[in-house]
Design a protein around this ligand. Structure first.
Ligand code: PHE
Length: 487
């Protein structure tokens, strides 16, 4: 055993001067000896000193030349005393050896190369390169100039050799006592614990990486947006129903029953249960009325409103369905102003691509109070989005069945150097609010945006499928920073 050999050797001798020579004498690999020395050193049975030597070794090319001669010498030897036709010489030789050989032999002034003829300039040449390579191979010293020249020709490279010189340590013994790592029941029963030497704790050891749960980036961005709403005094709306009736998702929002968004191409309808059973009947009557023939100075849409259509269950296509429920509930009591928000999932029957998924998350905010104006909406949006880090906003007139006026919201993206659409907004129509029973002077300003959009921008993700769904790389979720918005 290497350990016994080292400890045994040191019993009578002062020092192992070089671990490599020792390994050679002992007939084991140097790596193994090094490991044993490190371990003995750790327990201070020996005292090991690092030795570090830089030495030159031959590259594969160098080894070849050491064996068969340098290319210049091979070339010189191939030129007979009377000279040779260039073409013929080239034919005799390996192309690489010929090329290097020519360069070096001309440089050495060994040969002269005329247009078609090659002749010797000296009678005799010495293969110094080969001699030098052989000397380096044998570990002999070679002067720096020659080393540099060989290095430049990539015939030798430097190798760092590391080993040890070893002396007795303070705990030296011919045999190492195995240190105990645990105190066992048997040790106690036998009483041998008194003699045991215990291994010291290694407080510097690295433990296993701790695996815990990780929050999804969307959840983190959601939390931060939630905090913005809370700072601004908003209350959260209950969004815990993915299934909604067409009535609250569309009809209550004054969205006509022929509207293309209500088509099954855009909306997921439920098979079971396919219809809702509970709607507030008197309010349903007023909604039917406003769609069919109008009221409150509106002309309505002038079509036959069908209850069956309103009863159809669907996966909500926007969280504005929740807003309509909340505003209706608010209208049933004496009016008090409110600020509401929600962040939750919505569903759309869309072709999936790099920016669209069939399910995503919507951020929704609304304020209802007497006498609000479009100016209030713009002001609130400026405040809200600047807290998200987007302070340059632009608004573009848009259309929603339930808001008038409506505005798309654009923000200047410093990274993309362009205006990007970030949300939609507007003032809810009287056709929506008055049938609910809200006082006439109550105005509701509202806006909505996707949660995925800011999450993608903040995380530098350009394909929504890398953020959400089955193709997400779990590593992304583990590495994702705790916080992204500079609040
Ligand atoms: N519901 C709209 C959407 O899905 C967003 C919105 C909310 C627009 C509130 C205006 C007011 O895009």
């Amino acid at each position: 055993m290497a350990e016994d050999a080292i400890l045994g050797f040191l019993q009578n001798k002062d020092e192992i001067p070089n671990s490599e020579n020792f390994a050679l004498d002992f007939g084991v690999g140097h790596d193994e000896i090094v490991n044993v020395i490190r371990s003995l050193h750790g327990f201070r049975l020996v005292d090991a000193q690092d030795i570090r030597r830089e030495r030159w070794v031959l590259t594969e090319e160098g080894k070849t030349y050491a064996a068969v001669g340098s290319p210049e010498f091979q070339l010189f030897s191939a030129v007979p005393p009377e000279g040779i036709a260039r073409e013929e010489l080239q034919k005799k030789m390996d192309p690489a050896v010929y090329k290097i050989g020519c360069q070096q032999a001309i440089k050495n002034k060994w040969v002269e190369m005329a247009k078609t003829h090659v002749s010797r300039k000296v009678q005799h040449a010495n293969d110094r390169v080969k001699d030098l390579l052989l000397r380096i191979q044998d570990g002999e010293a070679v002067n720096q100039e020659d080393i540099d020249a060989l290095k430049r020709r990539k015939l030798i490279i430097q190798q760092v050799w590391k080993g040890f010189s070893v002396k007795k340590g303070p705990n030296y013994a011919l045999k190492r006592k195995r240190a105990a790592t645990d105190l066992t029941r048997e040790n106690l029963q036998r009483g041998d614990w008194k003699e045991l030497e215990f291994k010291e704790y290694n407080f510097g050891a690295k433990g296993q990486p701790v695996e815990g749960g990780h929050l999804h980036p969307l959840l983190k961005v959601r939390r931060q947006i939630q905090m913005i709403f809370l700072y601004m005094g908003f209350e959260e709306m209950p969004t815990n129903n993915f299934v909604e009736s067409s009535f609250w998702n569309f009809d209550a929002l004054f969205q006509p029953q022929q509207h293309p968004a209500r088509d099954s191409h855009d909306t997921f309808f439920l098979k079971v249960p396919s219809t809702t059973k509970m709607l507030p009947e008197d309010y349903v009557e007023r909604v039917k009325e406003i769609h069919e023939s109008g009221g409150y100075q509106s002309r309505g849409y002038g079509y036959d409103w069908k209850r069956e259509e309103a009863n159809k269950n669907l996966l909500r296509t926007h969280t504005t369905a929740v807003s309509s429920r909340m505003l209706y509930a608010l209208a049933q009591k004496p009016f008090i102003p409110k600020k509401y928000y929600s962040i939750d999932r919505v569903f759309r029957n869309e072709a999936v691509d790099r920016t669209h998924l069939a399910e995503f998350h919507q951020i929704e905010g609304l304020i209802c109070d007497r006498g609000l104006t479009l100016g209030d909406l713009i002001g609130v949006l400026q405040d809200f989005f600047s807290r998200l880090g987007m302070s340059k906003l632009r608004f573009k007139p848009a259309y929603n069945p339930y808001t008038e006026p409506s505005m798309e919201i654009f923000s200047y993206h410093e990274g993309f150097k362009k205006w990007v659409e970030i949300g939609n907004s507007g003032m809810f129509r009287p056709e929506m609010l008055l049938p609910m029973g809200l006082p006439e002077d109550v105005r509701v300003i509202a806006w909505g945006l996707s949660l995925e959009r800011p999450a993608m921008i903040l995380n530098g993700i350009d394909n929504i499928r890398d953020l959400f769904g089955p193709k997400v790389d779990l590593g992304l979720i583990k590495r994702n920073p705790i916080c992204r918005l500079g609040l």
